[in-house]
Design a protein around this ligand. Sequence first.
Ligand code: C5P
Length: 396
Amino acid sequence: MNGRRIVLGVSGGIAAYKAAALASRLVQRGAEVEVILTEDAQRFVGAATFAALVRRPVHTSLWERVEEIPHIRLAREAEVLAIVPATANTIAQLAAGLAHDLLGNVALATRAPLMIAPAMNTVMLEHAATQANLATLRARGVTIVEPGVGFLAEREHGPGRLADEEQLIEAIESLLRRAQDLAGERVLITAGPTREAIDPVRFLSNAATGTQGIELAREALARGAEVDLVLGPTPLEPPPGARTIRVTSAREMEAAVRERAADATVTIATAAVADWRPAVAHARKVKKTESQPAIALEPNPDILAELGTRKNGTFLIGFAAETEALEANAREKLVRKNCDAIVVNDVSGERAFGAVDNALVLLWGAHGRRDLGSGSKRELAARLWDAILDLKRQRA
Ligand code: C5P
């Protein structure tokens, strides 16, 4: 943690007193800790306690040293924003994106990963509103250090107790490690469906939305990579910071990939490329009155297989969307397309194209296998990058 910049947000619950001990531990490990106290936090622990522990002024208001625009400075400097404890109110504020105090503003203005450690009364924790807010944050990729079960200030025993200090430090360390671990990597990602024209208004396509590829791009950017995203037609927005080339057909995707493939250190093909295209794309709309049309098809280029034939050092990862014999089919593709690894994506059930949640397994070599579990596509993007980096380091 030496020299790393951690912004510690403290909200107003009784567990705020434990945040002081945490701040001290972080400082002892060499971190530079900036503390933000909400107004309510100051009712539990005074600013002087934190200021003495971290040896710098603490931040309590949007309106102090306004000339420094403190929320933007803190947001930019943070490598991790950790909120300990996170009360039900703060969690609601974060989920809604409210910015009525300094902590809310910094949380909105930062690109640093966010970690929260909820601590509150059991009934408040289990309330549907709190659970829905936590689910929103989780889906957004926020690290939630789950509260433990134990003695609570109201002299009851139950869930809601702030996680142990060791767990909090471990979570912060893991986010710091992750913070820039893709710096220097040039990542090329294909995402989304393709459209193959029948005539000017009709096309063959599929239900892919590009969500998983967009999340992989977003995560790679956050972890310091340069990202080229070749994106098929989708209403979703690509992440800011990626160099995005929008394409429509498989042949356009192939051309864009060729242009960007040469200096990629990691290439991930998540796109659901149409295997076939109409042999003829009519210049005018085909009339209903004309005889029943037969659409002759011809094969599209296999972009991933083509990349596999001339790999110049890039670590090549394919996706296998399967509905049956998942892993056997995926391993066959891994070999046929000469990939370094392949991600199995079960698209048979509710986790079909366009869903928020996904479940992925990474396969490599003859027997290599890592189950990435299930979760939001954003969470899985983080886990997949962890796995790719581990594998790449093993190979190096
Ligand atoms: O053979 P299949 O289409 O199932 O393989 C899926 C993998 O191949 C995905 O990574 C997909 O992006 C890639 N692919 C491709 N070009 C195609 C078809 C698939 O890059 N024409």
